[in-house]
Every structure is written in structure tokens, then in C-alpha cells.
Write a protein that binds this ligand. Sequence first.
Ligand SMILES: [Zn+2]
Ligand SMILES: [Zn+2]
Length: 133
Amino acid sequence: MSKRGEKVQAEVLAILSRQRGPLTAYDVLGELREANPKIAPTTIYRALAVLMDHGRAHRIESLNAYIACQCNGHRQASVLSICDDCGAVEESVAPSVLKELSRIADKSGFAPTRHVIELHGLCEACGNRQMPS
Ligand SMILES: [Zn+2]
Ligand SMILES: [Zn+2]
């Protein structure tokens, strides 16, 4: 791994960590270009791929966007709850959910290579705002 590559990874992670919601690769590129106008999209994608490999960042498939990992390292897929109003994403590690998914896949002999568990809806704050009690 090159020194330069590591530097970009750290910068990408810092940008993702500052956000409550997900960012697309182009959002990240835009921020990095303020300091480094020549940085290429492939550099960003490479940094994101390494961060995801290391579990430091996750891709939200339904939004084609990325978040910094909110947990303290985990090997298994997490559950991502995405607020469709404010865009906040909450990450939860739920081994029992993965166990159940594996059981379901097992029954049909399906061999999953990765899990994507995403929930869309309203976060608590947005839910409270829309339904005043
Ligand atoms: Zn995580
Ligand atoms: Zn919300």
C-alpha cells in the first residue's frame, strides 16, 4: 500500500465521518478537490474499496452512497436504518438477523457471499416531528 493511498483513505474516512448521512463517491470527490483539484475519481473509488475491505466504511446499496462505520469493528454485515426524510443512517450489528438469513439460505442450498440489510423509513426524530403527540 502506497503512502499516498493511505493518505487518501484517511481523508475519505474523515469526510465520511463528519457526515450524519451517506455521501456518494462524487460528494467525496468534490470535497477532496477543494484541497487537491487534480484528484481522480478512480483514486476515490480505490480508497473507498480499501476502507470497505477493512470494515471502516460501508456502502449503502439502495442509495449508491457510503458511510463511515459507526461500530467498533465487526466482521459480519450490519443492519443499516436509513431515514428517507433527514438522510441519517443508523448502523446496528445484529448477529441473530444474519443467523436467520443464513438458515433461510441454507434451506434452498443457496450460498450467499455477502449480505445487504437496509431499512428505509423515518428516524425517531423525524417520526416525532411528523406525528406530534
Ligand atoms: Zn460498521
Ligand atoms: Zn430523520
